[in-house]
Write a protein of this length. Sequence first.
Length: 362
Amino acid sequence: MPEWRGPFEKVARHRFIPDTVWVQDGGLLTPVDRSADEATWLELCYRNDFVVTQVDDGVPSAPGRVGHEITSSASRPDVVAQMLAALDVEPGMSVLEIGTGTGWNAALLSERLGADRVTSVEVDPVVAGHARRALREAGYKVTVVTGDGARGHPPGAPFDRVIATVAAERVPYAWAEQARPGGRVLVPWTTDFHNGALVSFAVSPEGDMRGRIVGNAAFMRLRAQRGKRALLERDVHDSAEAHRSFTHLHPYEFLGEYDASLAIGLKVPHCKPIVTHHDDGSYTVWLVDPWSGSWARLDYAPGAEKFPVRQSGARDLWREVEAAYGWWDGLDRPTADRWGLTVTPLGQYVWLDTDEHRIDAS
């Protein structure tokens, strides 16, 4: 993507990163402050990795067994580059960005498209305020709006492009309404089971939008679509009454295999996977429905050919996941690029290969 080389070379990422960031430390998030350790802070700014810039919606809870929840971050530079390339913009186009974050992505867009061509919506007032200051100090005239990104920004419509840097399970139709016919809308699409499907939509003259999966980009959800966080300490209550069984399905096949995980997410709602690793190389895959209190666990041991399963609750989560894997396998294991999504005023639906081949997603 040579057309983006100039903006990436000119727009310094560290100028948009807050002075306090957070790093993983023994499973918990701990702060790194620029004033106390500028070398580490700067190194974090320029890793090809995401940088945690906010936890617990800006009001960090006391560290404990549960730990902090990541609520804002600066995306990985390679993911940012992938998405900007997929957006297919040209100088002079207008862009609506959903999820301002640090403001770095908006600055890259502004550098390429020209002044006053970028509008960005951020739900968190503190995050929005930081981005406004950083953009202003760097000389970019980006309009940063504090508000619910799911509603877009009607006063600035229509836009040539809409790009979301937050994930959505139910893609807001407002984004189609605010894009020009023939425009493009780029959205990280997520389910409770699978996070990481980047969908590129084309907006029809009738205002609907249809798109296919064009890449892997995992993001935090729109705040209005967060749902419930799955916590083992709260949601799993093991007991002698838990149902026990075995499976020959290797956990990598349904969780580590991207295409399988994507398909399972379409068929098994409200199922959140968690993996806990152990010192001996074994690990446990947890399937948790924090809404119903149902859970399942599969224990992996190196070299094993079958794996014990234990589960409890109103839902038979393991059977649901196993059945969804079988459904995907029976479709001849379609790859991610064969799936599509259509969004209309009446809602959205999933399809395989063509819009006519709709999938009954749960």
